[in-house]
Design a protein around this ligand. Structure first.
Ligand code: 5GP
Ligand code: MN
Length: 324
């Protein structure tokens, strides 16, 4: 049975009536995932609730500053919680620690999903869902919930939420930058959110020399497909090893490429461990919907930014990259 649709007020009401709260996010967590999960944790803990977070902290280097605001500890075990929240995941296979979430559900714990993607089927699993693809980020939605609940937002929570909003809007540049997201940012800054810290670390990391070298490789390898007007580039595991950079750290590359005049879509492929390829799709063309494209192959996301994974390896044959 599909989940019952709820709004920020109804989620706020549910949170007020419970004491023990489990919080989940998505695999390969980004700033919005950490932001919504740990921002919510900070505010709920301050309101006297007991919170268990199920997000493994393999923190990318440009998000290390989050450690100033939380130890980012993952709770590895099922706990007796009253309610489970899932942030920023539109499909069940996107949920990190899904087995534990299923344990909660099997034990009768209501599962609430709060997400800003186009639905990828998670509503068939959830009990309650607030899904709104007009929202900039899950962090903005978490902030909305706390605001209507009247819970206080301290400097740490404000910084988490602002980082999530900045990350998902690409520093207030993508088309999901709305009046509401800018107003939320202003309010969060008034609560002490560390805007400069976020800008310096998340958006313009200072220690990213090797990342720049990787960008150089990506730019050298651009392949333009005349027929489909797509631009493709890639990074292999070998590249990542050579420059000592982890896969999670170069997810911004696809955005970097999304400036090419006349390209209908950007396709950026990066090799991950265990023979997995992560594909990021971007477009600035008003007639192209990359979410639809990704959904045909089991992925999803947004109309202008989406992704999917597939099994495979990148090999170079006669100087040309091939997926095998
Ligand atoms: P990115 O390319 O930055 O990893 O992801 C772009 C957008 O697509 C994000 O909103 C992300 O949630 C979504 N996305 C990326 N990979 C997947 C995937 O494998 N499945 C689904 N459903 N969404 C994805
Ligand atoms: Mn997000």
């Amino acid at each position: 049975m599909p989940a019952q649709k709820v709004n920020a007020f109804e989620i706020a009401k549910a949170l007020k009536g419970v004491q023990r709260i489990a919080i989940f996010g998505h695999v390969l967590p980004d700033s919005d995932c950490y932001g919504s999960v740990f921002g919510m944790k900070a505010a709920l803990a301050k309101a006297g609730k007991e919170v268990f977070v199920y997000l493994d902290a393999r923190i990318p280097y440009n998000l290390e500053f989050f450690k100033n605001f939380d130890n980012l500890e993952n709770c590895p075990y099922f706990q007796n919680a009253d309610i489970a929240l899932v942030f920023d995941a539109s499909a069940l296979d996107r949920v990190e620690n899904l087995e534990i979430l299923k344990d909660y559900k099997d034990n009768g714990v209501p599962v609430f999903v709060i997400d800003h993607h186009i639905s990828g089927g998670i509503s068939d699993f959830a009990d309650f869902i607030w899904q709104d693809s007009d929202k900039s980020s899950a962090s903005e939605m978490a902030f909305d919930i706390l605001k209507v609940a009247g819970f206080s937002i301290d400097k740490g929570a404000a910084t988490f939420f602002l980082a999530g909003i900045e990350g998902d809007t690409g520093g207030f540049q993508h088309q999901n930058t709305t009046r509401e997201s800018l107003e939320a940012a202003g309010y969060l800054i008034s609560k002490g959110a560390r805007y400069r810290l976020i800008a310096d670390n998340l958006l313009n990391p200072q220690n990213g020399l090797n990342i720049l070298r990787l960008y150089g490789l990506v730019l050298e390898r651009l392949i333009y497909n005349k027929k489909y007007q797509t631009v493709t580039s890639y990074l292999t595991l070998e590249d990542a090893k050579k420059f000592g950079v982890e896969g999670d750290s170069y997810s911004g590359v696809a955005n970097l490429l999304n400036v090419i005049d006349g390209a209908k879509a950007i396709i950026f492929i990066s090799e991950r461990e265990d023979g997995i390829l992560k594909v990021s799709l971007r477009t600035r063309d008003k007639n192209v919907d990359v979410q639809k494209l990704a959904s045909y192959v089991g992925g999803g996301g947004h109309v202008k930014a989406s992704g999917f994974t597939l099994r495979g390896k990148i090999v170079i044959e006669d100087g040309q990259p091939k997926i095998v």
